[in-house]
Write a protein that binds this ligand. Sequence first.
Ligand SMILES: [Zn+2]
Length: 92
Amino acid sequence: MIVLAITFGRVIWVGVGLLMMVFLWRVGITMLRAFTTPLPGPPPAGEMRKVNVRYRCAVCGVELKLTLAPDEDPPPPRHCLEDMIVVAPLYD
Ligand SMILES: [Zn+2]
């Protein structure tokens, strides 16, 4: 009787352990999915707007020209963990 009780207790703990493993496995898979889900691709070329804006990184000074964006007033790109500043819209 005592042996049976001990065995039963072990079975419960094994069951709890298995449940924990399944739970952790699922959490891990969910987190992996969140990290590996690809970003949505760019919209079709017809929906892109031709823009001509120059941005400068206030931290390291790098400059870049933006020529195509999903809308006419795109949010500034980031560089050195900071939003880049608009230098001057170019019209040519
Ligand atoms: Zn920078």
